[in-house]
Ligand binder design. Structure first.
Ligand code: SF4
Ligand code: SF4
Length: 398
């Protein structure tokens, strides 16, 4: 049965702007583009659910089509829904492993030195390429030793002395790969007298959505909404998020794609630069030292969709001595787990080519981006250090 909330495809006026903006359709003729795979094909799929063209798998869920659409058609959501119906019929070990970031991260961080050495060794990369179809050319992300949550346990007592507080949704990246980003976020928030608490969160579910495990993603979404609602109901605190993709999932993908209501917390979820920018404007900006560097800023796709990239740009402009070069807004190509997969790796690289060229031509001291996978993609394809805007702000705070 057609649900009323799912009929946005009927608002399509066939202008094809979405196809012009689709980074995948631009670089391969294997993918017919968002208009065809989204609203056009949905009309047929509603009549006959068996009519799902496997080319929907080429969509990397960057959401650039939705940003461009003048009729507010949920194009990428329509395509993801169709894709998930194919995916559940075909379980692939690689996609299963890539979607279980909590499970894999908890294991890997216990023996991170061994895992990092193995992941960069040629025999393991050959094995992963041949048997799991994870591209041999892709640099695999490094794991930290232990988890951010373990570090935070010793910190929690220092966070109770602040007048205001926030709940920090740290995401898998901070927990398993980059504790420093989590520490920088706490340093920054503490510098404006805000205490930081965490809850028993689970993976936001985006890797599951990307690999077709919608039911599992829904389960995580329900858990996260429940724990975040409980954690904020008395204190009315905001929920700040350092990953642009996690923020996008909590705020928009949960209700739109997973059908999980988030109205109990939706207006409390803020991407961290949005929250900090507003706070900086309300109270005194903390003392900052000049950095005297040139930085190129890459706004990630999901942050653009969320409408928060403007806050990151404005916040970065506050850093003294920062010569900020904002890059042309475009997809870097990695799109979470997409760019690791052997069959999509060449497409992913081709999508990012123009961005890498832009960065090289600026020759900055550093590159800034809000998304962890964009960071991996840019670091692999250029020679520059890539940091989160929060890390750069933390470096500037005295
Ligand atoms: S989400 Fe991105 S890749 Fe998918 S159809 Fe839209 S623009 Fe193209
Ligand atoms: S941009 Fe929107 S209205 Fe235009 S073709 Fe694409 S889905 Fe239809």
């Amino acid at each position: 049965m057609i649900k009323l909330e799912n009929i946005s495809f009927d608002h399509c006026i066939k202008c094809t702007i979405c196809t012009v903006y689709c980074p995948v359709a631009r670089v391969t003729n294997m993918y017919p583009g968002p208009k065809h795979s989204g609203p056009d094909a949905e009309r047929l799929r509603i009549k006959n659910p068996g009519l799902i063209d496997p080319s929907v798998k080429y969509c990397n869920n960057c959401k650039r089509c939705e940003i461009a659409c003048p009729s507010d058609v949920n194009i990428a959501t329509i395509i993801r829904n169709a894709d998930s119906k194919i995916s559940i019929k075909k379980i692939r070990i690689r996609d299963y492993i890539m979607s279980r970031t909590d499970f894999v991260g908890n294991l890997a961080t216990k023996v991170s030195t061994i895992i990092n050495a193995l992941n960069s060794s040629l025999p393991v990369k050959v094995f992963l390429d041949l048997f799991l179809k994870i591209s041999i050319k892709k640099t695999l992300p490094e794991y930290a030793y232990g988890t951010f949550r373990q570090w935070y346990k010793h910190q929690s007592k220092y966070q109770t002395s602040y007048k205001e507080n926030v709940v920090f949704f740290h995401g898998c990246y901070v927990n398993f790969n980059d504790h420093e980003l989590g520490k920088d976020a706490i340093k920054l928030l503490n510098s404006i007298n805000i205490g930081v608490f965490i809850t028993k969160e689970k993976c936001c579910g985006v890797p599951m959505i990307a690999n077709g495990y919608i039911k599992r993603a829904r389960k995580n979404a329900k858990h996260n909404i429940k724990t975040l609602t409980e954690a904020t109901k008395n204190k009315k605190s905001k929920i700040v998020v350092t990953s642009s993709t996690c923020a996008f999932a909590l705020k928009q993908e949960y209700p739109e794609l997973l059908g999980v209501k988030n109205d109990t917390i939706a207006d409390r979820i803020e991407y961290i630069t949005t929250y900090i920018y507003r706070k900086f404007r309300k109270c005194d900006t903390p003392p900052m030292k000049p950095l005297n560097i040139t930085a190129a800023y890459h706004p990630p796709c999901h942050l653009e969709r969320l409408g928060s990239a403007v806050y990151t740009k404005e916040l970065l402009k506050i850093i003294p001595g920062l010569n900020l070069k904002v890059l042309h807004s475009e997809c870097c190509g990695i799109s979470g787990t997409y760019g690791f997969k052997k069959e999509y790796y060449p497409i992913s690289q081709k999508i990012g080519e123009n961005l890498f060229r832009q960065i090289d031509s600026i020759n900055p001291d550093i590159v800034i981006t809000d998304c962890e996978t964009c960071k991996w993609q840019i670091e692999m394809n250029t020679s520059f250090e890539v940091v989160h805007p929060v890390t750069l702000l933390a470096r500037s705070i005295l």
